[in-house]
Ligand binder design. Structure first.
Ligand code: SF4
Ligand code: MG
Length: 333
């Protein structure tokens, strides 16, 4: 089937005193109907700017979005603001990490849930409210008929995130972008919210782009995963291949930092060093300053994304001969 969204050569840059700096640097990916794609990386890797670019929310003229974001036959990087307003919250919806900041404290849950239906579908108040109640039940909230008259502060964090999901799903979007949707929640609630997103994904054809720094969440939710580092895709593949046989040293580091419930460690492994500031590294592999395998050429030449037979792709000089012998083995043991 055709992808819901097909991103080609997406480059998002910002004007600064030091010139124009790319935060997302020529990335390609697509998501198929009903698929859950994970986008992982530490904060500062360009994940959130990628989602803002898809939603048409990069502030101009400071920010500039180039390349192609193909959605329903349109290139969204060229779409007008009025066109994007028709798509946002309707065909592409988004949920964020902190529901309190995205819910308006002065409007009731019902008013906020029905807004998209009244704007995008032109539904009357009664019909929209009935659908809101139905949607609250679908996301597992009790007393839905009373809840629509309540305000965000009357709800717990977990309940608010369920409301946000109901709000995002109410127009049956083709694509749901979830940016760290469970990061602010405690572990039990986090598991419930992931379970709910899985259920909605199975019941509808909505594709999900799940942005997270947590590979545990990816393992739970996604079919495919894109690993981003410093604005670039450094590895991509199906979840099983990535977890069983991570190839890029950054992916290996991320996987080593996932807590293993069976092994009790005093301290969790974390990759030494920090994500470079956008624009601070021009040449070579952006991961080189943190990479235990860095070679001379890594500092001067930028590796390209090399495909393997199983669909996995990796951007690293260790895999220069990707087509050669041992192609399914990691170069790192
Ligand atoms: Fe490490 Fe070099 Fe591979 Fe970059 S290209 S990840 S520095 S080995
Ligand atoms: Mg972020």
């Amino acid at each position: 089937s055709h992808p819901v969204i097909d991103v080609k050569g997406l480059r998002t840059s910002f004007k600064t005193d030091d010139g124009e700096i790319p935060v997302v640097n020529s990335i390609d990916f697509h998501i198929k109907p009903g698929e859950v794609l994970g986008i992982v990386g530490e904060s500062g890797c360009g994940k959130s700017v990628t989602s803002l670019s898809l939603m048409g929310l990069v502030p101009s003229p400071t920010g500039k979005v180039e390349g192609e974001i193909l959605f329903n036959g349109d290139n969204l990087t060229r779409a007008s603001e009025s066109k994007m307003r028709k798509i946002r919250g309707n065909e592409i919806a988004m949920i964020f990490q902190e529901p309190m900041t995205s819910l308006n404290p002065v409007f009731t849950i019902g008013e906020q849930l029905t807004e998209a239906l009244r704007i995008h579908r032109n539904w009357n108040k009664k019909k929209a409210l009935a659908r809101a109640v139905e949607m609250l039940k679908q996301v597992g909230l009790p007393r839905a008929e009373e809840l629509v008259r309540e305000y965000p502060h009357q709800l717990s964090g977990g309940m608010r995130q369920r409301v946000m999901i109901a709000m995002a799903m109410i127009c049956e979007p083709k694509l749901l972008i979830a940016d760290e949707p469970t990061t602010a929640l405690d572990v039990t609630i986090q598991a419930q919210i992931l379970e709910l997103m899985k259920k909605l994904n199975k019941e509808t054809d909505t594709a999900i782009m799940l942005i997270t720094h947590d590979l545990g969440v990816v393992a739970e939710m996604c079919q495919r995963v894109v690993v981003m580092y410093a604005g670039r895709i450094v590895e991509e593949g199906d979840v099983h291949s990535i977890f069983r046989n991570p190839k890029h040293p950054y992916t290996v580091g991320l996987i080593q930092s996932v807590p293993d419930m069976r092994v009790k460690k005093d301290r969790l492994y974390s990759i030494p060093g920090n994500v470079p500031k956008p624009g601070s590294i021009q040449l070579g592999c952006h991961f080189a300053p943190r990479c235990p395998h860095a070679m001379d050429r890594c500092l001067t030449e930028t590796p390209s994304l090399k495909p393997f037979e199983n669909g996995q792709q990796v951007r690293c000089w260790l895999y220069e001969d990707a087509k050669g012998a041992g192609k399914h083995d990691s170069a790192i043991s």
